[in-house]
Design a protein around this ligand. Structure first.
Ligand SMILES: [Fe+2]
Ligand SMILES: [Fe+2]
Length: 487
């Protein structure tokens, strides 16, 4: 295979990075935005938690600012190593910067409510939000560095601040998994409150505090845990919209096959619905095998062809044998109907407010490939095709590993379905052909998927399709109509 792909190690495509929109920080403007974010967070921390400004010497303020800037820069550099896709997303970075600033502001308020009480800083809020939206690794990294940042400020120079804040933040980061259900939040509160309570008690005992003071500290820690988790749960939907990322829970909601739109698809375009379910199984298995977001790929597959709802009978999988409305149409008209299922799908998605990450599957699953069957029919004797642009899908080409897998699965499933004798060898031939075609057309050049991952995807397609067809009863062959296989 001669095509060069964007390469990224498999561990960079974790279960949560697939839905990251392609807002890559690569321009000078984006660099400035990042620098401003760093400086703003450092200035805020220096001013809010450095003690009364007027009583501080200018060089002490500058010194604190440099230390704070260094710590926050380390946070960003660590993020670059741990999760490059999040580091490269301007919107995700803005959210993380906003969370740091928000936590610093809360720490400022907490110290005014009650000095030397680090258990009042709701650092678990950031832990819950980041774990739910991104993953536990990013969350742990952020809360630990945030705890170090706040604890190192003059307002929090008590020895107990660091362990108490790390205990509360890290327990939130580790307890919350994006795949957990919302009704499990009471469990998160219990874990965070228990760990914070132990930290407060242990540091209080070490400092020789009386029992009543220890008890009061534990109650404050528990109350902070409750407030942190509840407010984080309320904030997550806004954060989803801000970053364009969908959490596991949102995907599960849209992945319910009883959703009215999917129910409509099953009734009005049963062939497309069957294709959708088969495609979802293929994409799910392949994405799971390469470490991409399998749930996102599955749900994206469910909705990828909803645009066919506007004219279901014009698509091969919904046509009864012997009836093809394209027979009466010019190739250009047929192609524009086929092409319009992408545009109609995007429109329908906007109407029902389908999340952006799922909507991407509608616009990207055909990329900018050609509607080859009708293009060939329109070809003139001299080899030219009038209005050739009408025979090309609008795109864009796949931008994520998940949409790339769905594009490949779409082509493979549509052809495999029409095989009269789907032996494992023929299925493998179809898979090789479709993948090679998409590579040759440059459809995968912007997707973060490696050649090694592509060979795993092909293997998974062969395994799942083999399982789907191995028990199929062989019917006597009927003459097949020469229809477009992939639409
Ligand atoms: Fe399609
Ligand atoms: Fe499709």
């Amino acid at each position: 295979m001669g095509t060069e792909l964007v390469t990224s190690p498999p561990d960079e495509i974790d279960r949560n990075t697939g839905s990251m929109p392609a807002t890559r920080v690569s321009t000078a403007g984006a660099f400035m935005m990042r620098l401003l974010l760093l400086v703003a967070c450092a200035v805020l921390t220096t001013l809010a938690l450095g003690g009364p400004l007027l009583s501080r010497a200018p060089d002490s303020i500058v010194g604190s600012f440099v230390v704070n800037l260094l710590l926050i820069t380390m946070m960003v550099m660590a993020l670059r190593v741990v999760r490059p896709t999040i580091h490269d997303s301007g919107r995700a970075l803005a959210l993380l910067g906003g969370l740091v600033a928000f936590q610093v502001a809360l720490a400022f308020l907490a110290v005014r409510v009650r000095p030397a009480s680090p258990e009042l800083v709701p650092i678990a809020f950031a832990g819950v939000v980041i774990s739910t939206l991104f993953d536990r690794r990013v969350s742990l990294l952020t809360v630990v560095l945030l705890a170090v940042l706040i604890a190192s400020q003059p307002d929090y120079h008590s020895a107990a601040a660091l362990p108490v804040m790390i205990a509360s933040g890290a327990s939130a980061a580790l307890a919350v998994r994006s795949s957990l259900r919302r009704d499990q939040s009471y469990l998160w509160i219990l874990i965070i409150a228990a760990v914070s309570g132990v930290a407060v008690t242990a540091t209080g005992v070490a400092a020789g505090e009386p029992t009543w003071a220890l008890l009061a500290g534990v109650i404050r820690a528990a109350a902070t845990s409750v407030v942190s988790v509840i407010s984080a749960m309320l904030f997550v939907p806004f954060a989803e919209r801000l970053t364009g990322r969908e959490t596991h829970l949102t995907l599960l909601e849209w992945g319910d096959l009883h959703h009215p739109l999917l129910q409509r698809l099953s009734l009005e375009a049963p062939g497309t619905y069957a294709h959708t379910i088969a495609l979802a199984n293929l994409a799910d298995a392949a994405c799971r095998a390469i470490g991409a977001n399998a749930l996102l790929a599955r749900v994206g597959a469910y909705y990828h062809d909803i645009g066919k709802l506007s004219k279901p009978q014009y698509f091969a999988e919904n046509q009864p044998r012997g009836h093809n409305p394209h027979d009466q149409l010019k190739p250009g008209t047929s192609a524009s109907i086929i092409r319009s299922h992408v545009l109609a799908g995007v429109e329908l998605a906007s109407e029902v407010r389908l999340p952006a990450a799922i909507k991407a599957f509608i616009s990207e699953h055909h990329g900018t490939s050609t509607i080859a069957y009708f293009m060939e029919r329109a070809r003139q004797p001299d080899g030219t095709v009038p209005n050739a642009a009408e025979f090309v899908y609008p795109g864009p080409i796949p931008q994520s590993a998940e949409t790339a897998v769905v594009m490949l699965a779409d082509g493979v499933e549509a052809i495999a379905r029409t095989l009269a004798d789907p032996t494992p060898e023929r299925i493998r031939e179809v898979i090789d052909r479709v993948v090679q075609q998409r590579l040759d057309q440059g459809q995968l050049r912007e997707a973060p998927i490696t050649m090694r991952q592509l060979s795993i995807v092909k293997r998974e397609f062969a395994r799942v399709l083999g399982g789907m067809y191995h028990a199929r009863v062989e019917y006597p062959k009927t003459p097949t109509r020469n229809q477009p296989a992939t639409v």
